[in-house]
Design a protein around this ligand. Structure first.
Ligand code: BTN
Length: 254
């Protein structure tokens, strides 16, 4: 990891904290956000307690990219940070001719498998707001078990020329900053997001706990990042928010 090059390429002169091993870059920022400046970037070579969405573990061996970005600014787009970060990643990878897609809200999909994931967390109190965007990408990670290999993919399995980690990280951060800029409207972001959104116009099951799924058609992505769906049994429209349901029926395993 060439930290100097990374620093040079970032459009904001972020403070960078680099760890060989850490429990979790997100946990580090959750615990230390009060004393750190906005735009601080925490990067680790490996994580011992990497965390994923829905309280899952994020397997974090050497060879992957693991970083978290701290944002403390007020921004009307903070609610759609999960979508913005997903879009930032697919845009970066496409610069290197790597075509990836998004399973709403922000699983990064390559060849129908999960290449990466994003965990956005916030710590909001009376006097302060902190948003933490945690990004994990399998680059040249040795995925151990058959079970994991079935669901996840590493970039080196299908891509010959892999961009350097520092180049990818700075480009993803720069895309996030650009998308957060006032010059770009939420409508423009959502329209661009929709181009990569795999479940749009598809029929999927919405699953909650052990209940039977609700069979819906995905109609649209709303400007707050939620999904507009049509219940195909009751013929009723409703909106769903990230974390409310698991989406099944397409790239099921993820
Ligand atoms: C997901 O479940 O899809 C989200 C995975 C997010 C993993 C990243 S790796 C860097 C940061 N630190 C963590 O503990 N999690 C996020």
């Amino acid at each position: 990891m060439d930290i100097q090059n990374l620093q040079k390429n970032l459009i904001f002169k972020n403070k960078i904290l680099y760890f060989e091993t850490i429990n979790s870059t997100n946990t580090y920022l959750k615990e230390n956000h009060n004393t750190l400046d906005s735009n601080t970037l925490v990067i680790a070579k490996t994580q011992t307690l990497g965390r994923g969405k829905n309280n899952r573990t994020w397997f974090s061996p050497f060879g992957g990219i693991y970083f978290s970005l701290l944002l403390k600014q007020d921004n009307s787009k903070n609610d759609i940070l999960p979508l913005i970060s997903g879009l930032a990643i697919v845009k970066s990878l496409s610069k290197f001719n790597i075509d990836t897609y998004l399973k709403w809200p922000n699983d990064i999909i390559l060849h129908k498998k999960k290449l990466g994931g994003i965990l956005v967390e916030s710590k909001i109190s009376k006097n302060s707001k902190a948003y933490i965007i945690g990004i994990g990408l399998n680059i040249s990670s040795l995925l151990p078990s058959f079970e994991i290999k079935d669901k996840f993919i590493s970039l080196n399995e299908t891509v010959d020329t892999i961009p350097h980690n520092d180049v990818l990280i700075s480009d993803i951060c720069n895309n996030i900053f650009t998308l957060l800029d006032d010059k770009i409207s939420v409508d423009v972001i959502i329209e661009e997001y929709k181009k990569y959104c795999l479940i749009l116009e598809k029929n999927v099951y919405l699953l909650k706990d052990n209940s039977d799924g609700i069979f819906v058609n995905v109609l649209d992505v709303n400007c707050d990042g939620s999904l507009k769906v049509l219940d195909l049994k009751l013929n009723e429209f409703f909106d769903i928010y990230s974390g409310e349901f698991f989406i099944s029926g397409i790239y099921d395993q993820i």
